[in-house]
Design a protein around this ligand. Structure first.
Ligand SMILES: C[S@@+](CC[C@H](N)C(=O)[O-])C[C@H]1O[C@@H](n2cnc3c(N)ncnc32)[C@H](O)[C@@H]1O
Length: 250
């Protein structure tokens, strides 16, 4: 099956509704009055593009993975207000363009070098309009130490077949890189495929380091949250790490 990766990703993905509700709250709480232009960085197969578009927002999706881009294009072509580009953080070259730049569900963690993360923050800062908001969601590695499991399994049914999603972790301590092996085992075959696996290498980002760089590039009004249910700044104490910050208004 073409784009099996996208299909399996979508199957095990969470409901986007709480994310969209949170984004609407985020926009209001930072005082963005106009219908925003949002850049969805690392948009994956595009589960949020149509959700933002239905709110009347102008949406630009940016995604480096070819398989995901093909799926996201199918979403984008149904909406006049959605544009899609292939690329990642290093391809954000716009100036004073977006009201919100959001990287939901880990894209920022794929930047393994500190220099890449600082470059990404600088690019997002430049690409935001004054008063615009950056939002990053990633995993809280330090919390994982509290409840560390090197293997997690979940099961779902896709096209009538049982699919087992097995996630194994390894740690590269020297480079502070977390290696996640994502494997899908399909009971029987989905159009010729019985196994799909992908290895993700993501950075172990600690909150103080991230806060320092976010402020260093010029952002202010930094807030953190533990989940999409939050409606105020929270100290981080869960498996997720959600961070927002604002480019100063002129
Ligand atoms: C777990 S997926 C999240 C997809 C989507 N945001 C969602 O919530 O469904 C992580 C995404 O980050 C993307 N990604 C990896 N490296 C990236 C980079 N350097 N810049 C932007 N996105 C990147 C991956 O291709 C993948 O689509």
């Amino acid at each position: 099956m073409k784009n099996l990766q996208s299909k399996l990703y979508t199957e095990f993905d969470d409901d986007p509704a709480p994310i969209v509700d949170f984004m609407q709250w985020l926009r209001e709480s930072y005082g963005i009055a106009n219908l925003p232009h949002i850049l969805d960085v690392g948009s994956g197969p595009g589960r949020l593009l149509d959700e933002y578009a239905r709110l009347g927002w102008r949406v630009t999706g940016l995604e480096p993975d070819t398989d995901f881009v093909e799926e996201a294009e199918k979403v984008a072509k149904n909406f006049e207000n959605v544009t899609l580009r292939q690329g990642g953080f290093a391809d954000i070259d716009e100036v004073d363009t977006y009201d919100i730049i959001a990287a939901v569900n880990d894209p920022f963690m794929y930047l393994l070098e500190v220099e890449e993360r600082v470059d990404a923050l600088q690019r997002m800062y430049k690409a935001l309009r004054p008063g615009g908001v950056m939002f990053l969601e990633m995993r809280n590695f330090l919390w994982k130490l509290w409840d560390y499991k090197d293997k997690v399994e979940e099961t779902s049914v896709v096209d009538g077949k049982t699919v087992q999603h097995i996630m194994k972790h390894h740690l590269d301590f020297h480079n502070a890189v977390w290696i996640l092996e994502d494997e899908y085992l399909i009971d029987g075959k989905i159009q010729g495929e019985s196994e799909v696996s992908k290895t993700h290498r993501v950075a172990m980002i600690t909150p103080p380091e991230l806060f320092y760089f976010v402020r260093h590039v010029g952002f202010e009004n930094l807030r953190t949250y533990n989940s999409y249910q939050a409606r105020a700044h929270e100290l981080l104490n869960s498996s997720a790490m959600l961070v927002s910050a604002q480019k100063p208004a002129k």
